[in-house]
Design a protein around this ligand. Structure first.
Ligand SMILES: Nc1ncnc2c1ncn2[C@@H]1O[C@H](COP(=O)(O)OP(=O)(O)OP(=O)(O)O)[C@@H](O)[C@H]1O
Ligand SMILES: [Mg+2]
Length: 330
């Protein structure tokens, strides 16, 4: 193996670390590593399924995922190496930090084409898919957080005040949420999916007008385009990355986080909403919102490990989003 002469830690990194490495010949590549011992369920198992998904999809969808270069382990960590894309931005950065030079319309069009390509292959599904999803990705994730005192204390409040608006705590609303999910989600096929299609998990290369999907995720139960759309909304509509970067202030049952939303992100969200409204039925649009809310619940155990105030923030955001959806479902 060539000697590594330069290492840069990239943005992000929850339970695993992402690094840009350069070897003695000037060859650059991305390495993702994870502990072999700590937090295996939310660390190693997720990392491992990502490795396998990249390995398969880089072959199956040439150019849409980074090529896998190598994988292996050291005494303490497992790692895989993937192709590095020079002059790329993650899409969140592209739309938010680079607003003056970004072109949300072109980016939106390239994203829709990339999704169409990925979602082309259809899979049979089950009418019980949503039940299993709710059990595993919502109910079980809430249970996983019950070991955390900060969380259980917060659940004692019946209501939450999120940025000044009082809403019922999600747990008290769970049976209504479940009932709506079972009613509106009726998709009769699944697809090959990315699995965690937030703006942060895709790269955009403006010079080539090209999208590359990074950070795929396997543990989704429902591999539906509706879930994929809900993850884009997690970024562009519910503003996950902006809240995550900002953090929050918590006092008793009140949570506040003041973020500024760049106009280019708003422009992208409007284009994407237009697309959803043209291509999805009313029930499918509600199912996307149901799944969008679930994204904030299923991430809670990850947040519990890295930052418990963010666990409260995203639980509060989920409660708020449910409050809004319920009001629309008349
Ligand atoms: N192949 C790549 N080429 C160029 N930049 C990359 C590549 N992979 C990742 N990056 C950069 O590194 C950042 C973090 O990468 P990634 O999303 O894979 O890691 P992470 O968010 O730390 O991981 P996870 O979400 O699995 O915890 C990306 O947002 C992007 O800016
Ligand atoms: Mg990521």
């Amino acid at each position: 193996m060539n000697k590594i002469v330069n290492t840069v830690r990239m943005k992000g990194g929850s339970l695993s670390g992402t690094y840009l490495l350069e070897d003695e010949n000037g060859f650059k590549f991305i390495r993702k590593n994870v502990s072999l011992t700590e937090n295996r369920e939310y660390g190693f198992q997720r990392w491992y399924s990502q490795l396998k998904k990249i390995q398969r999809f880089s072959l199956q969808y040439p150019g849409l995922f980074p090529n896998l270069l190598d994988y292996g382990s050291t005494e303490t960590h497992a790692y895989f190496d993937i192709e590095y894309f020079e002059n790329s931005f993650n899409a969140q950065e592209y739309l938010c930090q680079n607003s003056k030079n970004s072109n949300p319309k072109l980016f939106f069009e390239k994203l829709v084409s990339a999704m169409d390509y990925l979602h082309e292959i259809k899979l049979p599904t089950s009418k019980h898919a949503m039940r299993l999803y709710l059990h595993e990705e919502v109910h079980q994730r809430l249970k996983d957080c019950n070991q955390n005192d900060v969380f259980t204390n917060f659940l004692k409040y019946d209501t939450i005040v999120f940025n000044g608006i009082e809403v019922n705590s999600f747990l008290h609303e769970y049976s209504d949420y479940e009932a709506m999910a079972m009613r509106v989600y009726q998709k009769d096929y699944e697809s090959f999916t990315h699995g965690n299609l937030t703006l942060e998990n895709m790269l955009y290369i403006p010079d080539q007008e090209r999208i590359v999907f990074i950070d795929p995720y396997e543990e989704n139960v429902i591999d539906s385009i509706l879930a994929e759309y809900s993850q884009i909304y997690q970024s562009s509509n519910s503003l996950y990355e902006l809240y995550n970067a900002k953090g929050c202030v918590v006092f008793e049952n009140c949570i506040s986080s003041n973020i500024e939303v760049p106009t280019t992100l708003i422009a992208f969200n409007e284009l994407f909403t237009g697309y959803i409204n043209r291509t999805c039925s009313d029930d499918e649009i509600k199912a996307i919102s149901i799944l969008e809310i679930s994204q904030f619940i299923r991430m809670l155990p990850f947040k519990m490990v890295v930052d418990s105030s963010k666990m409260l923030l995203f639980y509060a955001l989920a409660s708020y989003l449910w409050h809004q959806l319920k009001a629309k479902d008349t």
